[in-house]
Ligand binder design. Structure first.
Ligand code: AMP
Ligand code: GLY
Length: 428
């Protein structure tokens, strides 16, 4: 089989690597890929942007690609699966209609409300005046969200009224997020611990994948600005078997029922971003219509079965819990970023130490990298995700950081405490 992975991040490197290990697969293409996928065995980068659906379609037809797997949300929301299906090509991910669960926050909040799925109270606005009145009547803290896709930047957690009002003005009046911000959602601030719950579904059957947690804040102790994710680990001890059952019953299954009632068929990965409060009640913060980044990297390190088999069985209606096996080990990924990320940062820095891997329990997934002459240089905010696998979160943390400490470039930045909550729980 020939497989095409669409995207250029750490998630896509992990997918490409995992697919390349499948005995069914002769060749993996990644569009556009990165410096990591360029050097992976049986993997080739194709210079087509992940948003150029027509060029991707032409390439898939010409190369006779058997299966295309979409990493990021933008092409899904843009209808890549619909276009490939029309052309008779196998493409894994939800349709444009189903991807609205990520593509529009107000669509999702109305959906959750209609189907009684637990989430924070909210209101949507297109004008700043009533939005500001609402903020004043509610009081802080509040969370202001641009309705559409904003590359992970459209959510402002406002701890006081002034910040909330500023966020409203930035989005609705100054058009900070363009069309994605022509509408906003203002919702109550939820306290608790966040967890990612990712499932694979054909719309009828649904299988939860290994649990995981990521660290969204840039700095140690979960402080500093929000990012796409500075590290992640799997499993997430907060998601016990009981909690997993609760999440399935109270959130995932009602979501699939709701989609069916609304006449939307969902096929693909579905990622629920959850806040679990101190009494153990999960509420949904957001849906993503795709796998998480960096959650994919540790989760793929723990997947012992064949990813391609799992996806094919979902597409042909034979998904079952036998299809996927997980290692009992813990995998933990540390994101190495360009100093300054998520704000201004520099690219083009030569990375050294990448080949100092001395254990099968280490894998370095690339995100913002590219090849320049024979070197690998930085080419984005999140540059690498270094994953270690061990018997415990503590073990995996030590193994991952042993490799992080060997890799260098000018102005590199990473957190030192990935997994600290899970490590504390293990000690209890
Ligand atoms: P989202 O893209 O909606 O997941 O929001 C990004 C991040 O903002 C989340 O991972 C949370 O850390 C935070 N966040 C979003 N909504 C809320 C909320 N209602 N209460 C507290 N934090 C939130
Ligand atoms: N790690 C969060 C995300 O993929 O959206």
């Amino acid at each position: 089989m020939k497989v095409l992975i669409v995207g250029n991040g750490g998630r896509e490197h992990a997918f490409a690597w995992k697919c390349s290990l499948s005995p069914k697969v002769s060749k993996v293409f990644v569009a556009p890929g990165n410096g990591g996928t360029a050097n992976e065995k049986n993997v080739e980068n194709i210079n087509i942007s992940s948003n150029d659906i027509q060029k991707l379609l032409l390439f898939a037809k010409k190369e006779r690609i058997d299966l295309t797997i979409i990493g990021p949300e933008a092409p899904l929301v843009g209808g890549i699966v619909d276009e490939f299906s029309k052309a008779g090509l196998s493409c894994f991910g939800p349709s444009a209609k189903a991807s609205q669960l990520e593509g529009s926050k107000s669509f999702t909040k109305d959906f959750l409300n209609r189907h009684n799925i637990p989430t924070a109270d909210y209101k949507s606005f297109t004008e700043s005046k009533p939005a500001i009145e609402y903020i004043k009547s509610k009081g802080a803290p509040l969370v202001v969200k641009a309705d559409g896709l904003a590359a992970g930047k459209g959510v402002i957690v406002a701890m006081n009224i002034d910040d909330a009002i500023h966020a409203v003005l930035d989005i609705l009046e100054k058009n900070d997020f363009g069309d994605a911000g022509s509408k906003i959602v203002i919702e109550d601030f939820l306290e608790g611990e966040e967890a990612s719950f990712i499932v694979i579904t054909d719309g009828e059957k649904v299988l939860p994948l290994a649990t995981s947690q990521d660290h969204k804040a840039r700095d140690n102790n979960d402080l500093g600005p929000n990012t796409g994710g500075m590290g992640a680990y799997s499993p997430a001890p907060i998601v016990t078997e009981d909690m997993s059952e609760k999440i399935m019953n109270e959130i995932i299954l009602p979501t699939l029922e709701g989609l069916k009632k609304d006449g939307i068929s969902y096929l693909g990965f579905l990622y629920a971003g959850l806040m679990i409060d101190n009494d153990g009640n999960p509420r949904i913060l957001e849906y993503n219509c795709r796998f998480g980044d960096p959650e994919t990297q540790p989760i793929m390190m723990r997947m012992e079965s064949d990813l391609v088999d799992l996806i094919l069985s979902t597409m042909n209606g034979s998904l079952s819990s036998d299809t996927v096996e997980w290692s009992n080990d813990v995998a933990l990924g540390v994101v190495m970023a360009a100093g300054g990320y998520p704000l201004k940062y520099e690219s083009g820095k030569k990375i050294s130490g990448l080949n100092k891997i001395d254990s099968e329990n280490i894998k370095v997934f690339h995100a913002g990298t590219t090849t320049k002459n024979k070197d690998i240089v930085t080419n984005g905010g999140r540059v690498l995700c270094v994953v270690g696998k061990g018997k415990s979160t503590q073990d995996a943390n030590i193994i991952a950081y042993s490799m992080v400490n060997k890799i260098e470039w000018q102005n590199e930045y990473h957190r030192d405490d990935i997994g600290y909550r899970a490590i504390l729980r293990e000690r209890e």
